[in-house]
Each structure stands twice: as structure tokens, then as C-alpha cells.
Design a protein around this ligand. Structure first.
Ligand code: AMP
Length: 362
């Protein structure tokens, strides 16, 4: 089979690398010819909403998937008219809009922070009255890694926040005073088989994921996360990998967002689980039996953001695996990561500290 991947970033590159042992071939569509995916498979260069580029991609492949969430839905629907597209376009449409996403969670009885749609300064004022301060004002669309967000702590914060991001539809969310952030990566195949990875604990800085610890052993939260994940998978008659990010507050899960794709908080599965999220995504969309999602040790994933640490020092650490995406370093840009796999949590934490000591100061 030849699989078309929309987006040739590091997620696309890792998908293709996982697919070669399954004898799959890949073709990317991306706006840039030197995206990471180009190191491992050909790229059609073109805009994601350019019908001609999408037609060229579709004509050359058997099925299409995506690694990038901001693909225009109308463009993808056009591809879906002639080719299987997984995950379902409807899941992408909902995940692109924080309001639709939270409404779906509510419909599926998945707890979320309280939220209100906001389309005017007047609506913002009455929404803040209802939800109370502090709260978080976010753009409904095209927000990721904390972009397009303003924290509202006092009444005087409303107007500047509105002036900064109020030119597009917004959502106001109650501020969740969380104990930690966790996520679950799960997978459903076209044959309806479902598997979930263990939940993981994520640490963000400036809205960008820095460190994932996996597994986050907590049977009660694991059970709840799997129940919520399965509701979403079933709702969309889903195929592929799906990720849901949660806050943990007072020992309970509160859903923040979902991503209909392989996810940064699942990178540890390449070396740290029996089957990686990338291989399972491909198995799922090809209708193959899914692979074991058990962890093979106590793991961590540390993102390299803006600059890489010294490679040789990291490679010298036993149980630490290096991933350089081959991207131009730029502040705030994810350019690589490393995975730690250890026999115990104590040993894992020791190795994480060693890696963090190698990171360039920020
Ligand atoms: P997001 O872009 O929605 O994933 O938000 C990025 C980060 O901002 C999250 O990982 C949280 O650390 C923080 N955040 C987002 N929404 C909320 C909220 N309602 N309450 C508290 N923190 C939040």
C-alpha cells in the first residue's frame, strides 16, 4: 500500500519510519520541501487547501492520513470523496474548534471546565460574571501550544484580552486549578478493535509540552480515561490514534482537548512500549491487528525546544534514545526529543535529571 500523509513534520517522519517494517510506502504533502518527512519519503509541495496538490496526492496513494490538525476540512472532504481518509474528517472538524470539542465532551458526559462561547465584549463580560474569575479566554480555532490564549485574573484584564484576540470567535473557560496534566493515547482500527496506552503525566512551560512521564500509574484515572476515550472513538466510528488531554483536579479528570492524530505525549512509545503509537496508527488505518500497548519500562520523553543539547553526552547515557528532527533551530520550535527507558521509576527520574542538566539554559 502507499499511504499519503498530509503534513511532513516530525510526526509524519516518525509515522513513515514505523511503516517501513510493515512494507508500506509513503508520500507527503507539505508547504515546505525540506520538512522532516522529506528525509524519509518524497514530498509534494503545495498548500494544504490547494485542490490540485490534494488531487496529486490522492491520485498517487491508496489511503490518506494526516499529522497536522489545521488541514482545511473542505479540502479533506474532497479527498474523502474518492479515497479512504483516516482519522474521520468529522473528528478533525470537531477538534479544530474548541467550542465544538467541549460541546462534544459534554454530550458524551466527559467532564470539562465550565465554558461559554464569546463573540463580543458584552458576551465576555456576562460570561465572566457567570463563570467567575480567574478564567481563560481562548480563540476557538487555530490555537495550539498555548497560542491565542489570555488568562483573566481581575476585571481590568477583560478589555485588553478582548482587544488582543477578540477579532475571531472565542471561548471562555473556567480556570482549572489542577494538580497535574495527563493524557491518554488510544487507537481504534477499521475493524473496530480498540487499545489504550497507559496515561502519562505531562509538564508544560509557556504552553509547550516539555516532559512526559510514562506510565503515570493510577488505576482509577486510567479506568476513567479509557472510558472517555472509548466514548469518543465510538462516536466518530474512528480509525487511527486519538489523544485526549486532561487536567487532574481533586483526583478527577477534566478534559481539556483532543487531537485526532499521533501526539507528542505518545513519543515515548517508540522505545517505551511494545508497539509504538506510530505503528499502531498505521495498523489501525490499514485494518491490521493492533499491537500490544504495554510499557516496557519506566519511561520519560523530554522535548528539545529551540536548541538541541550536546548529542554525545545524551547518547552516552544508557537507556536514553536520541531523536533529532533535522529542523532549523528556532526559539519555541520543537526540534527533537529524547526518550528514557529504565527498570525503575527511581532510575528513570535520575536519568531525566541527567538529561535536563545537559539542556541549554533558557
Ligand atoms: P491548550 O492550548 O488548551 O492545550 O492549553 C495550553 C496549556 O494552558 C494547558 O496545557 C494548561 O497548562 C493551560 N490551560 C489551558 N486551559 C486551561 C484552563 N481552563 N485552566 C487552567 N489552565 C489551562
Amino acid at each position: 500500500m502507499k499511504i499519503g500523509i498530509i503534513g511532513a513534520g516530525q510526526l509524519g517522519r516518525m509515522l513513515a519510519l514505523a511503516g517501513y517494517p510493515l512494507a508500506q510506502r509513503f508520500l507527503f504533502l507539505d508547504t515546505s520541501a525540506d520538512s522532516p518527512g522529506g528525509q524519509v519519503a518524497p514530498i509534494i509541495t503545495g498548500a494544504f487547501d490547494d485542490p490540485h496538490s490534494l488531487e496529486r496526492l490522492a491520485a498517487a496513494v491508496d489511503l490518506v492520513t494526516y499529522e497536522f490538525e489545521n488541514v482545511p476540512v473542505a479540502a479533506l472532504q474532497q479527498v474523502a470523496a474518492t479515497h479512504p481518509v483516516w482519522p474521520p474528517v468529522e473528528a478533525l472538524r470537531v477538534s479544530q474548534d474548541r467550542l465544538l470539542e467541549k460541546q462534544l465532551f459534554a454530550q458524551l458526559r466527559i467532564p470539562t471546565p465550565p465554558f461559554r462561547a464569546v463573540d463580543s465584549l458584552g458576551e465576555l463580560r456576562s460570561a465572566v460574571k457567570e463563570l467567575g474569575l480567574p478564567c481563560v479566554l481562548k480563540t476557538r480555532r487555530l490555537g495550539y501550544d498555548g497560542k491565542g490564549q489570555r488568562y483573566l485574573r481581575k476585571p481590568a484584564d477583560l478589555e485588553p484580552a478582548w482587544n488582543a484576540i477578540g477579532d475571531v470567535p472565542l471561548i471562555l473557560e473556567g480556570y482549572v486549578d489542577f494538580e497535574r496534566e495527563v493524557s491518554i493515547v488510544g487507537v481504534r482500527s477499521t475493524a473496530g478493535e480498540v487499545r489504550a496506552y497507559p496515561i502519562v503525566a505531562n509538564t508544560h512551560k509557556n504552553g509547550i509540552l516539555r516532559v512526559t512521564l510514562a506510565p503515570h500509574r493510577h488505576p482509577v484515572l486510567q479506568k476513567a480515561a479509557e472510558i472517555y476515550l472509548k466514548r469518543v472513538l465510538r462516536h466518530f466510528a474512528y480509525a487511527g490514534v486519538l489523544t485526549i488531554e486532561f487536567f487532574v483536579r481533586k483526583g478527577r479528570l477534566v478534559a481539556n482537548e483532543m487531537a485526532p492524530r499521533v501526539h507528542n505525549s505518545g513519543h515515548w512509545t517508540i522505545e517505551g512500549a511494545a508497539t509504538s503509537q506510530f505503528e499502531n496508527h498505521l495498523r489501525a488505518i490499514l485494518g491490521l491487528p493492533l499491537g500490544d500497548t504495554s510499557p516496557t519500562g519506566h519511561c520519560a520523553m523530554i522535548n528539545f525546544i529551540g536548541t538541541l543539547p550536546g548529542r554525545d553526552a545524551i547518547l552516552a547515557l544508557p537507556g536514553v534514545h536520541w531523536h533529532d528532527y533535522g529542523k532549523e533551530p528556532r526559539p519555541g520550535r520543537k526540534i527533537g526529543h529524547c526518550t528514557v527507558v529504565a527498570a525503575s521509576a527511581v532510575e528513570r527520574d535520575r536519568l531525566v535529571r541527567k538529561v535536563l542538566r545537559q539542556m541549554p539554559p533558557r
